[in-house]
Ligand binder design. Sequence first.
Ligand SMILES: CC(C)(COP(=O)(O)OP(=O)(O)OC[C@H]1O[C@@H](n2cnc3c(N)ncnc32)[C@H](O)[C@@H]1OP(=O)(O)O)[C@@H](O)C(=O)NCCC(=O)NCCS
Length: 201
Amino acid sequence: MPAYSDSVSIGAAGPVPVECVLQRRPLTRAEADEVVAQIRRSPKITGYSRSEWRGRRDTFALVRRDGGELVGALLVHHLVGGWAEIAVVFVLEEHRGRGYGRQLLAGALDMMADTRKRLLLFYSEGSPMGALARDHGFGIHADEDAFVRGMPGRRIFLKYVYKFQWLCSFYRIREMRRKRRELDCTFDFKVAFLHTEGIKK
Ligand SMILES: CC(C)(COP(=O)(O)OP(=O)(O)OC[C@H]1O[C@@H](n2cnc3c(N)ncnc32)[C@H](O)[C@@H]1OP(=O)(O)O)[C@@H](O)C(=O)NCCC(=O)NCCS
């Protein structure tokens, strides 16, 4: 397996049956194809394009140490003003429920701990993501209005700057329309927030 300067070993302790390594790198073509195909079937995530997984965004790959098979991937969308969004935490369908999601989020947060970023993470009601985010120190807000209430800086950022940056993608607009039509998605997300200074090392 190639060595990456920015990588961390994820131990086999706890519920993870196989030792994995978390690499901060673009996904390979085959990995990106699989992740994009599975996300296209998911009603919980709007979607990021192949090229975003292949290097246009900050991406993390959780791979098995024996053989390098991808088990999960995480995508960070860096935004203006010191904000960033953990836009996707994704464990491939065949590997879910074995602790990889927890390991993926913990490892990526660890690598971002010194970046002084304000991190957003949106997730759907009923997803295991809520408990995962809370366990990693995120504050949870019922929706966008609750997140910005009484905080004009947050309101301007979220309602205008974030929306504009996020929607600057044909792929995302097309996927949202398709998923609303075909998968009955409502995209009612809860908002999780964490300042990286609060990450416990
Ligand atoms: C959310 C996701 C990343 C979790 O990854 P995972 O590897 O399946 O989760 P883990 O095995 O690490 O489990 C994390 C916690 O969630 C719980 N959990 C996992 N799957 C669950 C399920 N289907 N229902 C309820 N709880 C569940 C586990 O019990 C665990 O809690 P514990 O550590 O206190 O026991 C994965 O399910 C996924 O990729 N889902 C689709 C994409 C998505 O919705 N991403 C989130 C928004 S970006």
